[in-house]
Structures are given as C-alpha cells and as structure tokens.
Write a protein that binds this ligand. Structure first.
Ligand code: FDA
Length: 392
C-alpha cells in the first residue's frame, strides 16, 4: 500500500478540526482532514436547534470547566468571539443575539459548515470522509494513519475527534484511546449539559413533567439562574443542564424556587394576605401544579394566618434551598458535551501540543475543557483549533 505524505493530518472534521485544518492550510501547509462520518460538522448542523449558537460574547475563562482552570486562557485570548464574528461577517451570514450573549445564525447552521469548508478549501485542505480510521502509528518522526484502504503520513497529527456525547451521531471516545496509546493522561469523561434523573422520594416530581419555572440551580459551587424543567425522568431545562456539568453522583442539586423574591416574603404574605394558603401564595409566582406539589411536600395546609412565623420561615428556607438528590443523568446519549477528556497537564496551553510526544496535538472537546451552555463550547473549539492551526 502506498502512503501519501502531508505536512499535517487532522483527525475529526468537526468544529475544532475544520478550524485547525483551515488555518494551517492557509499558512501554506499541506493538510489532510479525515472523518469517519459521511459528512463533516454533523454536530454543528444540529446545534442550537439547527441555527448553531456559534459563540458567546461573554466568553471568559471562568465559564469553562477543567482540572486546570487556567489552561483555556491563552487560546481563548488569542482567538476571541469577535474574531469568529468577523469571519461570519465576511461571509455575510446574518445572526442575532438570543439571550445571555448567545449568538445564533438567523438562517441555518449549514451556513457555518459551508463557511468552514470554504475556509478549508481556501487553504487547499484535502478533506476525506466516510471511512474508518483503522490505526495510527508513530515512527521515525512521522505519524501514519490508515484510513479505509488508504495510508497517509505526516510529521504532525491533530486529535480533533471530539467527545462521546451523542454516540448515535458517530461520536466516539476515540480521542481518549489515541491519547492513551501515546501515553497522555485522560481525565475521567462524564456526560455534561445533560438532564438529571430522579428516584426515591423525588420521583413524585416526575408528575410535573412539562412544567418549567425560573429558578436558581446550584451544584457544587456553581449556581445558574435560568429555567428548570420537570421531565418524565427528572429535571432538565437550561439551569439544570448547566448545573449538571458540576454535579457529582451522590451530591444534591439545590434549587431556589424563589430566586427573585425578597427575604421574609412568606411572613410578609401572612400579614398582607392572611387568608391565603401557601399554595395560593406560591401560585402567584410559580406554575399552579408546582405550587401545589411544593405546598403538599411542606405539609403546610390551611391559612397563612394560622401558621407560626417559625413554620413559615422554615418553609421559605426550604423553598429557597430545595435539595434534589438525582440518581443519575440521562447519559452520553442525551449529553450535549463531555466534561473531562485528554488531560491539560499533558498539553501546552499555547499550542495544544503534547508535552511528551513531539508534534502530536489535541483540540476541541477531546481536551479536558468544557464550556457552559450557550455557545462557549464552539468558542473553545474555534480557539483551540486556531491555536494548533497556527503552529502545525
Ligand atoms: P465534534 O464532535 O464537533 O467533531 C468531532 C469529529 O470527529 C466529528 O465529525 C466525528 O465524526 C469525528 N470522529 C469521531 N470519532 C471518530 C473516529 N473514530 N474516527 C474519525 N473521525 C471521528 N455547542 C455550542 O457552543 N453551541 C451550540 O449551539 C451547541 N449545540 C449542541 C447541540 C447538540 C445536540 C450537541 C450534541 C452539542 C452541541 N454543542 C453546542 C456542543 C458542540 O457541538 C461541541 O462542543 C463541538 O462540536 C465540539 O467540537 P469538536 O470539533 O471538538 O468535536
């Protein structure tokens, strides 16, 4: 079998791989971009409900989770949301800010994939898809990749095969296998931005399936003030998805059902609406069935006037710190991203090169850097892909 030579091979034609290959190609490198899927950028295409939330104008390092919270700083500073927006503008792609700094295409995520493919074509990148990567070897300062029946080699190799979330779409843990093959450490991957499942006593809340409320959800030290949604399996909605990235098995997720209510609200309600029940008072702020369930769980029936101040203060305290004990998540099948991945301790934060294997790089979701919900994960893919693309 003859082997075709390139300057760099990028494995994985998703967000990070496309960016990395395009940047390197435009620097005059001969780049090969390989993907086992029949189509490039599949996750981009389904992202943001088909409109791709391609970045977030509020990008800052503290919106990323990693064993090393400083690791992402360098790449994020050198390729910013404004840089990606400038690219989007150059292609005349219309976009809007939806909420919380999240930028979405007005039209379709297809425009982002088409843009990245054109950028890759401008750099003369050879894009090949639809074959399995059979193996990757390293000898005589060259990486050799068997892709289907073909063989390619290059002095530089970039791992850009993402994380295992949504395996139905061809996502795999291949990046971790490769990393381990080359002696790099992997931080245990966990599903993130994922719905949580409830069991035990909390199972009763499943009856509220479909009901949403604005809350503050807390897991570990992180707190998110957005909507929570009850589902037939447990909890979802943006506040819960965000909290899930910080949640660990066995720990609670604490919900404040009254995030915008001043302290001692219930005592105040007792004075201003003494004949009201807790359910009615809560019903002024929360969906009726949720108000009913919470009031039942607090076993506080009867008029507010009939309750002691102490009891009402305790009830308010629970409503603002309601502990759910999830028994799990809906797993990688439903997770938008993966927390964990190739250890940042094994990589240079400047270039994404492996510290112990010359010219081996890792970018994007494959690396132990995970963004919040809202365009942060694509920004990391662009920024890390750009960092490696400048040096391979
Ligand atoms: P990505 O997964 O994009 O690409 C990896 C590529 O490697 C794929 O093309 C895959 O086929 C290929 N590959 C995998 N295994 C391989 C193997 N063994 N051999 C060869 N190729 C292989 N983020 C955001 O910022 N805004 C958003 O709106 C959304 N929305 C969203 C919706 C849904 C449903 C999901 C699942 C995810 C999102 N995300 C998101 C997250 C975002 O999609 C994700 O973080 C990036 O796509 C990661 O980019 P990468 O290039 O690292 O991986």
């Amino acid at each position: 079998m003859s082997t075709t030579e390139f300057d760099a091979i990028v494995l994985g034609a998703g967000a990070a791989g496309l960016m990395c290959a395009a940047i390197a190609g435009q620097r005059g490198r001969r780049v090969l971009l390989l993907d086992h899927a029949d189509q490039v950028g599949k996750k981009i295409l389904i992202s943001g409900g088909g409109r791709c939330n391609f970045t977030n104008v509020n990008t800052a390092p503290d919106r990323f989770i990693s064993a090393n919270p400083h690791f992402a700083k360098s790449a994020l500073a050198r390729y910013t949301p404004a840089d990606f927006v400038a690219l989007v503008d150059r292609y005349g792609i219309a976009y809007h800010e939806k909420t919380l700094g999240q930028l979405f295409c007005d039209g379709s995520a297809k425009q982002i994939v088409a843009m990245l493919l054109e950028e890759a074509a401008n750099g003369g990148v050879d894009v090949r898809t639809g074959q399995p990567v059979r193996d990757v070897t390293h000898a005589d300062a060259k990486f050799t990749v068997r892709f289907g029946d073909a063989s390619f080699s290059a002095p530089a190799l970039v791992i850009a095969t993402g994380g295992p979330s949504i395996p139905q779409m061809g996502a795999t843990g291949f990046a971790y296998d490769l990393a381990r093959q080359f002696g790099l450490k992997v931080v245990e991957p966990r599903p993130a931005l994922v719905p949580l499942t409830l069991g035990g006593d909390d199972v009763l809340f499943r009856e509220l399936s479909g009901i949403a409320a604005p809350v503050e959800a807390r897991a570990g030290k992180a707190a998110f003030r957005e909507a929570a949604l009850f589902t037939h399996r447990g909890l979802s909605g943006p506040a819960i998805l965000q909290a899930s990235s910080y949640w660990r098995h066995g720990e609670p997720v604490t919900i404040d059902f009254l995030p915008d209510t001043p302290k001692d609200w219930l005592l105040e309600a007792k004075r201003s609406r003494p004949r009201a029940t807790l359910r009615a008072a809560l019903g002024a702020m929360l969906p009726d069935r949720l108000a009913e369930t919470l009031a039942e769980r607090l076993a506080l029936t009867g008029e507010l006037a009939a309750q002691t101040d102490r009891k009402l203060a305790d009830a308010e305290s629970r409503l603002t710190r309601w502990d759910f004990r999830p028994n799990g998540t809906e797993g990688f099948a439903k997770a938008e991203v993966t927390v964990g991945g190739i250890s940042t301790a094994s990589l240079s934060s400047q270039t994404m090169v492996a510290k112990t294997v010359p010219n081996l790089y890792a970018v994007g979701e494959a690396v132990d850097v995970t963004g919040w919900l809202g365009g942060y994960n694509f920004q990391w893919a662009w920024a890390s892909g750009h960092a490696a693309g400048q040096v391979i």
